[in-house]
Design a protein around this ligand. Structure first.
Ligand code: MOS
Length: 754
């Protein structure tokens, strides 16, 4: 096994939070002490759809230490309304467990036990007996009891794509399937809630502390500032912690009733149904081209799995439609309701699933054209946004392919499938695919403080999910004020800080970073003005000519003063600046809604079109008899605007690519048909990529200067790494075997010779 090499080669400051995490002093949500909490355990439905007719809690209540057993009969919450995130609210679902006798999905919370110890709570939860009618249900989108619904708003149309397809000399018309997948961050969903009077403190791993605060305040009818959400560290999120999960409301309400802090750590198997998941998709991709490879028609029809209780859709067409120039294009997006908990965001929610089919189909068209798939892609590179006609803020995809092909050794590929093998007979295949991710942005606020000792404190209620935000956001302030990385402290993940955006849609660096950049610029200007005033150390010097570097301020040609000495000379103590930043073109009302914890996103398309791009490559080894697939090498070259920290960026991209390999070959939440439930809800049955599954991973970024996307020129990094990998691997599997697998995961049985 070869070690991954990319993050070792990359440079940039190491993680500000590395030491505390390695030493175990970093405090995650479940680690916050709350004197004598009650512990909660969940009772969940084994039936997927029906009505609760009986619920027996006597035996549970008799377990020593049990304080309360809450069911829909006793819960009866009478709380304020708070809506589903896709309707402008903050909840993962509009459905609140324990609010009625209705069961909508298997694994639904139907009881909550509160006890003095976790052992008593779990023992009692196992003794709650629930009687439920059992109605016909399906968790499988192909066997759904509802018909698919069209989402007309998501449909795009350019010319007559069907006519162009019909008359195209070369064409493919194919169907691709992806399964439901579940996020499995290392840190389980944990919630502790504590009330003091009408003040609520919640420790919950969150990708959106401001939204969680706003939502809980609305639900409990208290002013927003009465709710304190605190989670400085998040042990992985991937979208699962972006919204308020219903159990958080139950725990806060239980704590209010008990008059005592309540703590719940959701067990791994329950995470399949108390949170969200990546919905299954079915896609038709039809492509028509001239014989020289000029695309003339793109048709993309995709149906995604949703739930009966909510409507949620992740249309792939927004990104798909930006990839290639084509005279005509038609997309159709739909959903089908199933009897499951509501799906939600999971790393590149729209792109990861839809690019598997779309970029596989491009490879299939290249085969039909007898053309190199990279040449086909580059032949159809669009000069401007193909839908809106506006310029790209930056688009270096061609350079990504050129550099990626060189790093990978694409020229050694034999385009004829099944023709390359190792001396022991192992089949070798090369494949590639394009990745993209939109660069959206949200308003943000920040405070930057220059302390008397010359160090910096950077504060914003943004989040670090393990991505490196602590490090990168500190760097943004440090470079503006010339302060070294070791003298910078960063505070994130707390609603008492200036408002930060949701850590979703890969927006943290661009959005929170722009607010920090603004505050740091104000601070620098203020200090420069004070330092050049009459009687000050730099009196007579033009403020704009002062240099800030290495912890010192200098006039042109002079040695200058340390920041600490300068503050002392100016008798300033410390200097703090607050700034609010909003994306270009966003109106003030939307921005202030966003800063208040509401959903307010801008982009990726305004008067420019802003996407990150990447070219991804895979070499797979297929056992000629057993048909096992091993990913021997992956190469990804990305263009994501300005890279502030190569080290953390590369780790993020490597992680995304590894997940992409898991998507291609391992991950699926299997549905038990008759029971309408996820059958492999644990990490034994649900396979994710481990070290043994992954060979060498190489990542590079193309230097890009993007002056249009935001104040700091940084495009999306967090999610793009996963996007092209499933198709690159499927294309490599075809190159190795001649077998085209149009579904994930690609399994042994898909590769048996027929
Ligand atoms: Mo990401 S799925 O937008 O948290």
């Amino acid at each position: 096994m070869t070690a991954t090499t990319a993050s070792i080669q990359a440079s940039g400051p190491t993680r500000r939070d590395a030491r505390s995490k390695a030493a175990g002093s970093a405090r995650y949500a479940a680690d916050f002490p709350h004197g004598h909490p009650a512990y909660a355990a969940l009772v969940r439905s084994t039936v997927a759809r029906g009505t609760i007719t009986a619920i027996e809690t006597v035996r549970a209540e008799a377990v020593p230490g049990v304080q309360a057993v809450l069911t829909h009969r006793s819960f009866n919450r009478g709380l304020g309304d708070e809506t589903f995130v896709m309707k402008g609210g903050h909840m993962q679902s509009s459905f609140m467990p324990l609010s009625s006798d209705a069961v909508h999905y298997a694994g639904q919370i139907v009881g909550l036990v509160l006890a003095d110890t976790i052992e008593a709570a779990e023992e009692a939860a196992a003794l709650v007996e629930v009687g439920t009618t059992r109605e016909q249900a399906s968790a499988d989108m192909d066997a759904a009891r509802a018909a698919p619904e069209d989402d007309e708003k998501a449909a795009l149309c350019k010319g007559d794509a069907d006519a162009a397809f019909a008359s195209a000399p070369v064409k493919v018309d194919l169907r691709y399937d992806t399964p439901a997948q579940h996020h499995n961050p290392i840190e389980l969903y944990a919630t502790t809630a504590a009330w003091v009077g009408d003040q609520l403190t919640v420790n919950v791993p969150s990708q959106w502390v401001m939204g969680t605060q706003a939502g809980l305040a609305a639900i409990f009818g208290v002013p927003q500032e009465n709710v304190h959400v605190e989670c400085p560290y998040v042990g992985g999120g991937f979208g699962s912690k972006a919204t308020i999960l219903p159990h958080v409301v139950l725990i806060a309400e239980a704590a209010r009733r008990l008059g005592r802090p309540v703590k719940l750590v959701v067990p791994r198997d329950a995470m399949w149904t108390v949170g969200s998941f990546r919905p299954a998709t079915r896609a038709r991709v039809a492509l028509g081209a001239e014989r020289d490879g000029t695309l003339t028609s793109i048709i993309f029809e995709e149906t995604g799995q949703s739930s009966h209780i909510d409507h949620i859709a992740f249309p792939g067409s927004t990104a798909i439609s930006r990839m290639y120039e084509s005279k005509t294009l038609r997309t159709k997006q739909g959903t089908v309701a199933t009897d499951v908990n509501t799906p939600g965001f999971q790393r590149a929610p729209a792109e990861a699933s839809s690019f598997f089919g779309f970029e596989s189909a491009i490879d299939e068209l290249a085969v039909a054209l007898d053309m190199d798939p990279i040449a086909l892609r580059l032949k159809n590179e669009p000069a401007v946004d193909p839908i809106k006609g506006v310029p790209w803020s930056s688009r270096s995809l061609k350079r990504c392919y050129e550099r990626g092909a060189e790093l990978f050794g694409w020229d050694k590929r034999n385009a004829a499938p099944g023709m390359t093998s190792l001396p022991d007979g192992t089949l070798v295949g090369y494949g590639c695919a394009t990745a993209t991710y939109p660069s959206a942005m949200a308003p943000a606020a920040a405070r930057v403080t220059l302390k008397g000792d010359g160090s910096l404190l950077v504060e914003t209620a943004a989040h670090d999910l393990g991505t490196g935000a602590y490090t990168v956001l500190g760097q943004v302030a440090g470079e503006m004020l010339g302060v070294a990385d070791g003298s910078i402290a960063v505070k994130l993940g707390d609603t008492t800080l200036p408002s930060g955006p949701m850590a979703g849609g890969s927006i943290t660096t661009g959005s929170a970073g722009s607010a920090i950049h603004k505050a740091a610029t104000q601070l620098r200007d203020r200090l420069a003005d004070a330092a050049t005033a009459p009687g000050a150390p730099f009196a007579g010097t033009a403020p704009s000519t002062l240099g800030f570097a290495d912890g010192r301020v200098s006039a042109p040609g002079g040695v200058g003063h340390s920041l600490a000495d300068l503050l002392a000379a100016l008798k300033l103590g410390e200097l703090a600046e607050d700034a609010e930043w909003k994306p270009h073109g966003m109106d003030d009302e939307t921005a202030s809604k966003g800063l208040g914890g509401g959903m307010a996103m801008a982009g990726p398309v305004s008067d420019v079109s802003s996407f990150s791009f990447g070219a991804q490559f895979a070499e797979v080894h297929v056992d000629p008899i057993l048909r096992t697939v091993h990913v021997a090498r992956m190469v990804g070259v990305f263009a994501c605007g300005r890279i502030i920290n190569e080290r953390t960026t590369h780790s993020n991209l490597v992680g995304g690519m590894i997940w992409g390999a898991g998507f291609a070959l391992l991950e699926q939440s299997k549905v038990d048909g008759p029971q309408a439930k996820f059958a492999n809800a644990d990490l034994a049955g649900y396979h994710i990529a481990t070290n043994a599954d992954i060979g060498e991973v190489t990542v590079e970024t193309i230097p890009e200067t993007d002056t249009a996307v935001n104040a700091i020129g940084a495009k999306a990094v967090g999610e793009i790494g996963i996007v092209g990998m499933p198709a690159a691997i499927a294309n490599a599997v075809y190159n190795a075997t001649g077998i085209r697998v149009r579904k994930t995961p690609i399994l042994i049985e898909d590769l048996l010779e027929r």
